[in-house]
Write a protein that binds this ligand. Structure first.
Ligand SMILES: [Zn+2]
Length: 326
């Protein structure tokens, strides 16, 4: 079986896998996990060091495949955070890694000698959730991870929409409370200031008087019937439903996949969220609202799918290192 390199670059860690791929996979088929490994990004040594770590890790993964899997990988997919020009293969900006305008796809293709795809971390994770995870078979979906911030991936026709400038899906910066809390993006009242795991944790820390309280603590207190926690939770769910209804009015997704730390609250989140969305909808068809299924492996699996897509239905003979997915 041929295999591809999948690499998901985070702020602190890089998660990688070698994934076996069929030449003509049936829709919804996940790649086969053959090898898994992780390494630190080394960001404390600066952006050039991070790029060198990525290139070295990819080369070592290729060598591992050559030594243990009957030959080197035939393609590679890499997901990175921040602003990403997927078409141009450039990592434009990432606050947590400090890089600016790195031609990462070209650098990797030169190093590996195989076609490489570069993806945005959330859109790449969304691609995996939509194709082989919680949205399997949905076609049109919206993936919204609720973590430190809130991002989104708009799934259309087997791919994820990046937008004209790489900003499509930034649902966390839809204004849901005009004139509300300041957001680092420069606006006020953005959804992620009210409904991210970080925002819920901060609100619960204020109400409970415990500085170290986080969103998971708040969810537990809600499940135990704490009225203060219930108020915090209710406000967050209300803001989230406002933002989601704006998105689903525009996009009409079949499936709404909610992930990230806040989704780990399970039905404590999903029951009131479905009700709050249902109360707001008038003419729209409500989407199926489901928890994400792939957890923190979504980015890596998605990177593998980007690499698999490069091979196309025709087989392994395309070796143009500048090849891009359509
Ligand atoms: Zn904002």
């Amino acid at each position: 079986m041929r295999h591809v390199i999948a690499l998901d670059v985070g702020g602190t860690w890089m998660k990688a896998a070698l994934l076996g791929v069929d030449s003509a996979p049936a829709p919804g088929t996940a790649p086969v996990l053959l090898h898994r490994e992780r390494r630190a990004t080394g960001r404390e040594r600066g952006p050039e060091a991070v790029v060198a770590e990525i290139l070295g890790f990819a080369a070592d993964l290729a060598a591992h495949g050559a030594a243990h899997l009957g030959g080197p990988a035939v393609a590679a997919g890499v997901a990175v955070p921040g602003i990403v020009d997927e078409r141009g293969g450039r990592a434009v900006y990432a606050a947590n890694l400090g890089w600016r305008d790195v031609p990462l796809r070209e650098l990797l293709a030169e190093r590996l000698g195989v076609p490489v795809a570069l993806g945005h971390d959330v859109r790449t994770g969304g691609l995996a959730e939509g194709r082989i995870g919680a949205g399997k078979g949905a076609g049109r979906f919206l993936f919204v991870p609720l973590g430190t911030g809130i991002a989104g991936a708009i799934g259309i026709g087997g791919g994820v929409e990046a937008g004209a400038h790489g900003f499509a899906g930034e649902i966390g910066h839809i204004v849901v409370r005009p004139g509300g809390a300041d957001c680092p993006c420069g606006q006020r009242g953005c959804l992620e200031r009210y409904a991210s795991a970080a925002a819920v944790g901060e609100a619960w820390a204020r109400v409970s008087g415990r500085d170290d309280a986080d969103a998971a603590d708040c969810a537990k207190a809600v499940a135990n019937g704490d009225p203060g926690a219930e108020r915090v939770w209710h406000d967050a769910v209300d803001a989230l439903a406002d933002g989601l209804v704006t998105a689903l009015t525009l996009l009409d997704p079949g499936t709404l996949i909610i992930g990230g730390g806040l989704a780990e609250a399970g039905e404590t989140l999903f029951r009131p969220l479905r009700e709050a969305v249902g109360r707001r909808i008038t003419f729209q068809t409500p989407p199926t609202i489901v928890p994400a299924a792939l957890g923190d492996t979504a980015g890596c699996l998605g990177a593998g799918l980007l690499a698999r897509d490069l091979l196309g239905p025709a087989g392994p003979d395309r070796t143009d290192p500048t090849e891009v997915t359509a």
